[in-house]
Ligand binder design. Structure first.
Ligand SMILES: Nc1ncnc2c1ncn2[C@@H]1O[C@H](COP(=O)(O)OP(=O)(O)OP(=O)(O)O)[C@@H](O)[C@H]1O
Length: 477
């Protein structure tokens, strides 16, 4: 049976009209029949009043206990290799059975509740039919008004009525239960729009070529990940100026605030204090869409959408095929798309890019950034998950294609950022150092020197050599 909401509403309404039609018909044949009809309706409604809340709660529980079964099944299928290699079959199957048992328990309760209600609905039906028969006999004996045909008609309709009545009551409860899904959709509709998080409300569109220089100014910026005042700040009073075309490396320990710094640029989180100005425009005074569209990012875990290669590279259809091929060529993905994807740009990127490696997905992001010709590029640990060759490819493409751009790179591997113009060192959400690697390394007590020393003597020595050489880092160096 189709248990979608429109179907249930349809079944409920058609049941209701049948019930009303039958009651009226039986009542017209014998007016006295309205008395058992009223008694039976009250009985049914009373039962519904008892049955509906339990059914609703159990339906919710069925949903809640069913989700872990599905998610366990999905993660087991995805992690089969890991489960086998760690011999965790028993653990996994026990977990699955435990989720299944929980779900079955609730399903059992649901079935019991249905039987409970069905039995009581049947009792009310029996009482109704008995009353209709008794009334018909009394009326026939006392007034000789009823023919046998009329009595038979009344009885046939009364008997069918009770089946329909039960079904209609059940469907009315079902409609109520399924309305919780509509409730949830309405809740999502009334969620705060992201742009309204920002306090300032004067919005205007920046010039189409904004940002044309890539100058970024942070003025006393404090940021929190939540609107609640008790949430600790992720960034504390950061003030700095990044000049146009500068290559900035952002380093710091885990939790230092590197990602938070980047998030403020995209207006994520809550700007508690201060201003972020890009090419003389305070980013809180323009549309959120403009801020996010005009800055490119290569995230740590790149997201591709299920769709074609083309729609992933150019979702809004701004560029020609030739431009897209050119961008793919620059990140050396052209061969892959030509050889391995039979439909070229119109080949399907399955399940959010699951047919591409992390490195390849990052290269797609890089191609997207090349197409957009953004003046500001942000790279969030782009080299953390990729092999040396892809790493070098990304570094080379960035050096070549984004020479005239401001590039901010978060890196755990200090090699990636050692040739930056300046290094930004964050600690506990504060900007503790911001200078060229050479200057920072010349201070034996700087945070950066400490980070370099912690990589080990040989690597530290190598990093110092790289910092002082004019050659960029390559895998051969
Ligand atoms: N979504 C969030 N909600 C609440 N607090 C968060 C959130 N994301 C980060 N934080 C907190 O903000 C602080 C800075 O975290 P952030 O992710 O910016 O550090 P990070 O330097 O990028 O760390 P990592 O190198 O591990 O990625 C941390 O104390 C962290 O707990």
């Amino acid at each position: 049976m189709d248990d979608s909401l429109p179907m249930t509403v349809f079944e409920f309404l058609s049941g209701l009209s049948q019930v009303l039609g039958t009651i009226i018909l039986v009542g017209l044949i014998n007016l006295w029949s309205f008395i058992p009809a009223i008694i039976a309706s009250s009985g049914m409604l009373f039962l519904r009043y008892r049955y509906a809340p339990c059914s609703r709660d159990l339906k919710r529980l069925v949903g809640t206990t069913r989700s872990p079964v599905y998610s366990q099944l999905t993660s087991t299928i995805h992690g089969l290799k890991v489960i086998r290699s760690y011999h965790a079959e028993n653990i996994s199957s026990k977990e699955f059975h435990s989720h299944l048992d929980n779900n079955t328990r609730v399903m059992y309760l649901m079935t019991t509740l249905n039987r409970w209600s069905a039995m009581r609905f049947d009792w009310v039906s029996l009482i109704f039919i008995a009353l209709v028969i008794i009334l018909a006999i009394i009326v026939r004996i006392s007034q000789y008004q009823f023919s046998t045909v009329e009595i038979a008609l009344t009885l046939i309709y009364s008997i069918t009525l009770m089946g329909i009545f039960q079904f209609t009551i059940r469907q009315s409860v079902e409609v109520e239960t399924q309305m919780t899904a509509v409730e949830r959709v309405l809740e999502y509709c009334s969620l705060d729009q992201e742009s309204s998080i920002q306090q300032r409300s004067i919005k205007y569109r920046p010039p189409t070529n904004w940002p044309s220089q890539g100058r970024i100014v942070f003025e006393n910026v404090s940021m929190s990940h939540s609107k609640e005042s008790y949430t600790p700040l992720a960034l504390h009073h950061i003030s700095l100026v990044i000049k146009p075309n500068e290559k900035i490396g952002i380093v710091g320990r885990t939790g230092a605030g590197k990602s938070s710094f980047i998030q403020t640029l995209f207006r994520m989180g809550t700007l508690v204090d201060g201003h972020i100005i890009i090419d003389n425009i305070d980013i809180t005074t323009i549309e959120l869409e403009d801020v996010r569209r005009r800055i490119s990012i290569i995230p740590q875990d790149p997201v591709l959408f299920t769709g074609t290669m083309r729609s992933n590279l150019d979702p809004f259809g701004f560029y020609s095929d030739a431009e897209i091929w050119n961008a793919l060529e620059q990140v050396q993905l052209k061969t892959l798309v030509t050889n391995r994807m039979s439909n070229g740009l119109h080949s399907f990127v399955s399940e959010s890019g699951s047919n591409l490696s992390v490195g390849q997905k990052q290269l797609v992001c890089l191609a997207r950034a090349i197409l957009k010709k953004s003046k500001i590029l942000v790279i969030d640990e782009a080299t953390a998950n990729v092999d040396n060759v892809t790493d070098e490819l990304i570094q080379k493409a960035i050096r070549d294609k984004f020479k005239e751009c401001t590039v901010l790179t978060i890196a755990h591997r200090l090699r990636t950022v050692i040739d930056s113009d300046r290094i930004m060192v964050l600690s506990n959400g504060m900007l503790v150092e911001f200078d060229s690697p050479q200057v920072l390394l010349s201070n034996a007590n700087s945070y950066f020197t400490l980070l370099v020393e912690q990589t080990g003597a040989a690597e530290a020595e190598y990093l110092r050599t790289l910092a002082n050489s004019s050659e960029p880092y390559t895998i051969n160096s």
